[in-house]
Design a protein around this ligand. Structure first.
Ligand code: IMP
Ligand code: MG
Length: 209
C-alpha cells in the first residue's frame, strides 16, 4: 500500500513502545482504508471484533429480558441499520422488525435539537413489547421526542437499546435499558454512524480528526 514499515517497534522495550505500535497500527488502518476517500480518522474507538462480541452479549441480554409477548424491534434510521441487523440475529426468540425515520442533525457535528419524523412505523404497536434501537445517544433530544410519541400508542412495554451512549444526556427523561458501549466524547463514524451521510459503511467505529 506504499506505507512505511513500523520502524523501531522491535528495539524499544516496555509499555510505551507497545502503545506507540498500537497507535501506529490504528493510524495505518485509517490511512490505508480506501473507504475514507482521503479523510483522516483520529482513532478507532471500537474495532469489528469488539463490536461483534458486545452485540452478541446484548442479543443474549435482550432474549432473556423478554420471556413472553410479541416483541417489535423498532430501528431508528438511518444510524441503527447495521447495528439492528446484527442485533436481531443475536436475539433468539420470535420478533418483528420495523423502522422509524427521524431527522435531527443536518450535516453538522453539533445537535440542532430539532427532530422531524419522516417515516412512522406501519406495524401495530398496541399491546407489543417495543424495543427502540438507536445508534448513539448524545443530547437525548431525539429519544425524548420519539419515546413520548410511542408511549401514546399503548405498547405493552417500551425500552431503549442504544449501541453507544455518551452519558451527557441531561435532558433524557427515559432510562436506557440496554447499552452497547459508553462512548468517548468525540464525533464518531462507522457501523451505521455518519458524517454528512458518509462513513456509515465502515465496519468499525472511529472518531474524525
Ligand atoms: P441526540 O438527539 O443529541 O441524542 O442525538 C442523537 C442522534 O444524533 C443520533 O441518532 C445520531 O444520528 C446523531 N449523533 C449524535 N452523536 C453523533 C456522533 O458522534 N456521530 C454521528 N452521529 C451522531
Ligand atoms: Mg441517527
Amino acid at each position: 500500500m506504499g506505507l512505511a514499515p513500523c520502524r523501531g517497534a522491535s528495539v524499544d522495550a516496555g509499555g510505551a513502545a507497545r502503545r506507540r505500535v498500537l497507535q501506529y497500527k490504528a493510524r495505518v488502518t485509517a490511512v490505508a482504508d480506501p473507504r475514507l476517500s482521503g479523510r483522516v480518522l483520529k482513532r478507532v474507538a471500537f474495532d469489528e471484533a469488539t463490536i461483534a462480541r458486545r452485540v452478541a452479549e446484548l442479543g443474549r441480554e435482550i432474549t432473556e429480558a423478554y420471556p413472553d409477548g410479541q416483541l417489535l424491534v423498532l430501528g431508528l434510521l438511518k444510524g441503527s441499520f447495521i447495528f439492528l441487523s446484527d442485533l436481531v440475529r443475536n436475539i433468539t426468540r420470535p420478533l418483528q422488525v420495523d423502522f422509524l425515520v427521524a431527522a435531527s442533525y443536518g450535516d453538522g457535528m453539533v445537535s440542532s435539537g430539532t427532530v422531524r419524523l419522516l417515516y412512522d412505523p406501519e406495524t401495530e404497536l398496541e399491546g407489543k413489547h417495543i424495543l427502540l434501537v438507536e445508534d448513539i445517544i448524545d443530547s437525548g433530544r431525539t429519544l425524548n421526542r420519539l419515546m413520548s410519541l410511542l408511549e401514546e400508542r399503548s405498547p405493552r412495554s417500551l425500552e431503549i437499546c442504544a449501541l453507544l451512549h455518551k452519558r451527557i444526556a441531561d435532558e433524557l427523561h427515559y432510562e436506557t435499558r440496554f447499552v452497547g458501549f459508553d462512548a468517548p466524547h468525540e464525533f464518531l463514524v462507522g457501523y451505521g454512524l455518519d458524517h454528512a451521510e458518509n462513513f456509515r459503511h465502515l465496519p468499525y467505529i472511529a472518531s474524525l480528526q
